[in-house]
Design a protein around this ligand. Structure first.
Ligand SMILES: O=C1O[C@H](COP(=O)(O)O)[C@@H](O)[C@H](O)[C@H]1O
Length: 223
């Protein structure tokens, strides 16, 4: 794991966007299309704003969330809605969206179709992850019902997940798919998340799921 500390959040978002642009550009030089996986939640909005205006061949970039809450896009907790509002704008408007939500009552009902969609775009080229103070990343939550299966080497690319503290049911990319990416970045802010990450690095992924993706990750942090 490489840990990069920035003087403030503005610098963090600018430098991270530049790293992602460089990784995506490198992948675009090698492949016809590239797959970029991004987090939802409250932290990544500013880096999406910057990225949406960087010079990249966006029509050749397919974006997939790390995870989605099982809510429709008109729900304020929809990660897909965040993507549409903050990333699929400006120069990035023509990027492709690989959906992680279907209008079905449960994630299990929608899963087969979503797995087909994601599988066609693997391996992921560039992954940006977030992390909660409980050390979850994507929707790999401590104590989640399907956590053991989602951490296994032979996990399917996507799984449904339910956990105390997760709110609604979720769908998530699994640990082997995230780890197989060419570039893995983790974006965290604040002292509490830094302490949680340092603790996670000493724990097993069964207790601290973010530990499953730390080995080759570049962690970007500012207070
Ligand atoms: O629920 C989620 O939480 C994590 C962390 O979110 P944040 O609000 O603390 O930034 C996020 O990475 C994940 O994609 C999201 O679904």
């Amino acid at each position: 794991m490489e840990f990069i500390e920035y003087p403030d959040r503005e610098m963090l978002m600018l430098r991270l966007a530049s790293c992602l642009q460089s990784d995506l550009g490198q992948a675009l030089r090698r492949n016809d299309r590239v797959t970029f996986s991004v987090p939802g939640g409250t932290t990544p909005g500013p880096v999406f704003d910057i990225l949406s205006d960087v010079d990249l061949d966006w029509p050749r970039v397919d974006v997939v969330l790390n995870d989605e809450r099982w809510v429709p896009e008109d729900n304020p907790r929809s990660n897909t809605a965040l993507l549409r509002a903050r990333l699929f704008q400006n120069r990035a408007a023509p990027a492709g969206l690989i959906p992680l939500y279907a209008d079905t009552p449960t994630p299990e009902d929608g899963l087969p179709g979503l797995i087909d969609g994601v599988s066609a775009h693997l391996p992921l080229d560039v992954v940006l992850l977030g992390m909660g103070v409980d050390m979850h990343t994507a929707s790999l939550f401590p104590g989640a019902d399907n956590l053991t299966a989602a951490l296994a080497k032979d996990a399917p690319p996507l799984m449904a997940m339910r956990a105390d503290g997760a709110g609604e049911p979720r769908i998530t990319l699994t640990a082997p798919v995230l780890r197989a990416a060419m570039h893995v970045h983790i974006l965290i802010t604040g002292a509490e998340k830094r302490a949680a990450l340092e603790r996670a690095a000493t724990l097993d992924p069964a207790e601290a799921p973010v530990a499953a993706v730390l080995a080759d990750a570049m962690v970007h942090w500012a207070e």
